[in-house]
Design a protein around this ligand. Sequence first.
Ligand code: BES
Ligand code: MN
Ligand code: ZN
Length: 501
Amino acid sequence: MEFTVKNAPIAKQSTACIVVGVFDSHRLSESAAELDRISRGYIVNVLKRGDMKAGAGQVQWLHDVPRTACERVLLVSCGKKGELNDATYRKIVRAMAGALRDAAIKEALCCLPELEVKDRDLAWKVRETVTITEDVLYRFEHTVSKDTNARARLARLHINVASSDELAAARAEVKVGKAIAAGVKLTKELGNLPPNICTPSYLAEEAGRIAADDPRMKLTVLEEKDIAKLKMGALLAVARGSRQPPRFIVLSYNGGAKNDKPIVLVGKGITFDSGGISIKPAAAMDEMKYDMCGAASVLGALAAIAALELPINVTGVIPSCENLPDGNATKPGDVVTSMSGQTIEILNTDAEGRLILCDALTWCERLEPAAVVDIATLTGACVIALGKHAAGLLGNDADLVNELLTAGRETGDRAWELPLWDDYQDQLKTNFADMANVGGREGGTITAACFLARFTKKYPWAHLDIAGVAWRSGSDKGATGRPVPLLVEFLMKRAQESAQA
Ligand code: BES
Ligand code: MN
Ligand code: ZN
């Protein structure tokens, strides 16, 4: 989809649709007031008749508004004047995009960024407009044969700014928004692909497509024999029940100086999690194709920062395999030796994410990272604790954790911190190895992070448990592309800081 920025007299816009905001008690935004003047009170009349329901996010279509050049006007209700905040702005943009999609409108002029939002500047509003519109218009098509393309789709959104002084800033921000939206889309596509297509080798090939033609990117893919040579016993223990060979994918983006330490993103890449011998119940097991959403978010974030040409070094590390039951599969009670040398008693083969991540986190030491952030659909317990709104966040470095919390607030892709206290470590004790891979029902998200913390002592590290936020269930089932917006915002801030230093 194309986004352009304009500063145009809206009466003369001969577009299919102009989108303007209106407030409670028949109050109008500047552009709505302009249309009302041109049409000699038409807009206020409609509002007075009461056709439009109250509440931010309600919409009303108007056709052939007198003396305007556009075919339609879309009124979007913005609640009380002077009270727009982050959440309501996002809500009204979402409402606009949904209305444009459902009416199969191909082109529109959006005047919403002119609205005043508490503590937010034009750049923020433009970026949110772009990313939310792309999010709403996304559709998965790879494996659907009926012609979903038949219906017209929004091809162009013109963003109207209040003054010509704002054109340059808004245009720059459209670029940022498009880069983030493209990263989010890539992450959704990979997540939504069926697990018979999106295998560990497929993820490696996808990383190759991202690296292709970009001289700043470098890809290394390790195969089973390389993984064995590195003594990644925990990763191999998970992979052994599957006919699909594992992959260890390292995709680096070198936009910074040669000696700048990289920020490392580690993504859980279980392309299907049946639970293994500790097999999961059948209900909704298909959703375990999404168990590679951490990996997908690493690829999406890397694609975005490459498009943004950020002046930093970022390395994506993706341990990837399937978790399946088999005659050769790992059994509850098996003890394996991780790459770190620490031994692990695998009491539950369904706690496989931490097993592939622990070896990846040990491997990261050789990169001498500035920081490591792992992203994983790690625990059902996180969905119970935080629901679908916030990712769980735990780490060994308060500054890093705070940077990620802030990035989440800026983008609406929020995370919430849980404690990583040593008190929880006791739950991983066992008589038969250095640690067990499960810590019982209590504090399941925390004990999973405690397990990872034993492998991340040499660098600043944070862990994002995205089990609740990576995809939606039910009739609207689909990947969300989270936490790509959070990750890109975090990296953009880091890039800004290193440019200033
Ligand atoms: N991939 C799952 C976590 C998960 C489950 C995410 C449901 C989203 C929805 C992970 O590998 C897993 O199975 N975790 C177990 C851990 C337990 C055995 C300690 C879980 O959460 O039940
Ligand atoms: Mn599992
Ligand atoms: Zn899993």
